[in-house]
Ligand binder design. Structure first.
Ligand code: NAP
Length: 450
């Protein structure tokens, strides 16, 4: 069985692992990634100061050592090779390319300079080669007060990274230019704004708690934002983790501010109404919502303006379509049944999805394991039923890429990059420093290992 996996993030590599465990003989798996490096959001999404989660990339990276696996980095499916070409070449194709775009708020003023999607900012501080450095760095350098919309873990990550001290970030693998810019500490205040209450916030306790432990940072919460209705109380009773979050926030609300040089402000029940400014963002108008007697959220007509130079939309990631593959544009996912995608022109099996592009941007890294196993089990059942692709041109994709002189980064190339990043880090007393330019990554891949 020859399988192509598109996307070498956690879900793609869990799919590889599931195939290896279930197809003992005659399996070969080629893993394609648009980037010259594997790991996906573990490298370009997980916050660089979350060392233990980030170290998970070593675990998934080891999956590439499977003798049946080959890595094809720096190959963009949809540009360098089409899904149809993959289907002509492989018995099965698994799309696991994730969700990398940010969602919009849909409020007036969103187009102003100074509004940015959280995935763009996260990609920048993680050293993603496609990050728009000039634009993002101009914004960060000239921002004193940032507003982050959304109260999920990404919002908490972004707020923390923006105010964290140089010492606290110094041991991360962030590129030097990111560390240097963040160390300037232009940003003194970050407002995190939730449209519902503290009970409904999407962040987890560990991530929340960290905000209260940052050096030189006060957490500011208005006690009135923590007042709960009977409906919230009932929701909280049913969820111990939520109750813990609320306890932490109540403690912060009662705590004396220390006069620290930087602040994180947590707001609840506030919806963005409009973003104001002439060319650059100057403020955001938010409106307070409250639960009515039936527990429904209703606008109160109470508005507040927060002066800000940077608005980070942290309201969820969103997947992108791929030519020749059905796409649910509302949900940002590829619709499937048990992981099998049915295209109108090619009935039956042969095309599968796994991870965020299958189910949307939710869960922790490990959630993808179960998800990828389910898709692989569907694939294997289709194989047993004889309904995979029946490829007409095995080997054609590799041949086409090599004939056009495409710079493929293979597993040995990635190991060279890995070694180069560790050596760069070691020269500065760190475990690793991320190389952020694509041409430097490719040059490192092609260089002989030391
Ligand atoms: P998320 O957890 O889905 O949170 C999105 C937030 O945006 C929610 O608070 C949501 O509020 C809010 N929101 C959505 N649309 C909005 C709108 N139009 N206006 C205002 N607020 C809006 O998404 P995420 O933070 O991007 O995280 C994605 C996934 O990665 C999650 O599963 C997360 O746990 C995971 N992750 C985990 C970690 C970690 O474990 N350390 C770190 C980063 C990410 P509503 O609830 O009201 O919709």
């Amino acid at each position: 069985m020859r399988v192509a996996i598109v996307g070498a993030g956690p879900s793609g590599l869990f799919a590889l692992e599931a195939l290896v465990a279930r197809v003992p003989d005659d399996l070969s798996v080629d893993i394609f990634d648009a980037l010259p490096v594997p790991s996906g959001l573990v490298r370009y999404g997980v916050a660089p100061d979350h060392f233990s989660v980030r170290s998970f990339r070593d675990n998934i990276d080891r999956m590439l050592d499977a003798p049946c696996a080959r890595f094809f980095g720096n190959v963009v499916v949809g540009r360098d090779v089409s899904v149809d070409e993959l289907r002509d070449d492989y018995d099965a194709v698994i799309l696991s390319y994730g969700a990398s775009k940010g969602r919009n708020l849909g409020v007036p003023g969103e187009e102003l300079v100074g509004t940015i999607a959280a995935p763009e900012l996260v990609a920048w501080y993680c050293g993603h080669p496609d990050a728009e450095r000039g634009r993002i760095e101009d914004l960060v350098r000239t921002t004193k007060t940032a507003v982050v919309i959304g109260v999920g873990n990404v919002a908490v990550d972004v707020a923390r990274v923006l105010v964290k001290s140089e010492g606290e970030l110094g041991q991360t693998d962030m590129p030097d230019h990111v560390l240097a810019l963040l160390a300037e500490h232009a940003v003194t205040d970050v407002h995190i704004v939730g449209r519902r209450g503290p009970v409904q916030a999407a962040f987890t306790t560990k991530e929340l708690r960290e905000l209260g432990e940052l050096e030189g940072v006060d957490v500011v919460i208005r006690p009135s934002d923590l007042v709960l209705s009977e409906f919230d109380e009932a929701e909280m009773k049913a969820n111990r983790l939520v109750a813990r979050n609320v306890d932490i926030m109540n403690e912060w609300a009662e705590r004396e501010l220390t006069g620290a040089p930087r602040r994180i402000h947590l707001h609840f029940w506030q919806r963005p109404v409009s973003i104001r400014g002439t060319e650059r963002v100057e403020s955001i108008r938010i409106e307070r919502w409250a639960r009515d007697a039936a527990g429904e959220l209703q606008p109160t007509g109470e508005f507040e303006d927060i002066a800000t130079e940077l608005i980070v939309k942290s309201v969820g990631y969103f997947g992108e379509p791929l030519d020749g593959v059905p796409f649910d544009a509302k949900a940002g996912i590829i619709p499937s049944e048990g992981g099998r995608v049915t295209t109108p022109d090619r009935a039956g099996g042969g095309l599968y999805v796994a991870g965020w592009i299958k189910r949307g941007p939710s869960g922790i890294i490990g959630t993808n394991k179960k998800d990828s196993i389910a898709s692989v089990e569907t694939l294997i059942a289709d194989g047993a039923a004889g309904s995979l692709n029946n490829p007409a041109k095995p080997g054609s994709v590799e041949e086409q890429l090599r004939n056009t002189g495409h710079a493929i980064v293979d597993l040995a190339g990635w190991r060279n990059i890995d070694a180069a990043e560790r050596a760069l880090g070691a020269s500065k007393g760190r475990d690793r420093q991320t190389i952020h330019e694509r041409d430097v990554l490719i040059a490192a891949a092609q260089s002989a290992p030391n």
